[in-house]
Design a protein around this ligand. Structure first.
Ligand code: SF4
Ligand code: SF4
Length: 173
């Protein structure tokens, strides 16, 4: 069994060693170069696709829908700083920061909301994606613009109708 050090001896050792811890929070915290902290979402880039929501293990990101809007909500109080959302965002709207301090007197400080207008199908009034997501899809894929304002179901039907029309020369079979 190791011999117990006397207080006086401990004091001598401590004074020789000097300060071995950081004066945090008075000094900058000591972080490794790979440290991951909370995220920031650029509301001008976000298209409201929800990919980050699906990738987020603790549900710190959620998509909330009401009649006219889709809201991406980030609650930093649940965030585990894994940055999976950074990896999956198709438009690079999420950036990882090195900030990790969450203390606040007001819990609303821990929430970020990105509000999107919901796209409505002009045929059935059903709900589709966000308006920004539709524009993104048009830019990225050869979707015919006349189907743009239709929900996925009506778009599928319109496409099938147009194929049938082309094959039959506009005459119903
Ligand atoms: S860093 Fe991880 S836990 Fe935090 S919001 Fe992104 S995916 Fe969710
Ligand atoms: S665009 Fe990026 S930040 Fe916006 S919902 Fe999709 S994955 Fe999340």
């Amino acid at each position: 069994m190791s011999e117990k050090l006397k207080p006086a001896k401990l004091l001598v050792i401590a004074s020789k060693a000097g300060r071995v811890t950081k004066r945090y929070p008075y000094d900058e915290p000591l972080l490794s170069p790979d440290f991951r902290g909370k995220i920031t979402i650029d509301e001008n880039l976000c298209i409201g696709c929800g990919a980050c929501v699906n990738a987020c293990p603790p549900n710190a990101l959620q998509l909330m829908k009401d009649k006219d809007t889709v809201v991406l909500r980030y609650f930093v109080g649940r965030c585990i700083f894994c940055w999976r959302c950074v990896d999956v965002c198709p438009v690079g709207a999420i950036k990882g920061l090195r900030e990790f301090e969450l203390a606040t007197n007001d819990i609303s400080d821990l929430y970020v909301h990105v509000v999107h207008k919901k796209a409505k199908c002009e045929k059935c009034e059903g709900e589709g994606a966000t308006q920004r997501m539709l524009y993104y899809v048009v830019q990225k894929s050869p979707i015919v613009e006349e189907y743009l304002n239709e929900c996925p179901d009506c778009r599928r039907k319109s496409f099938i109708d147009s194929v049938v029309k082309r094959r039959t020369g506009g005459v119903s079979e």
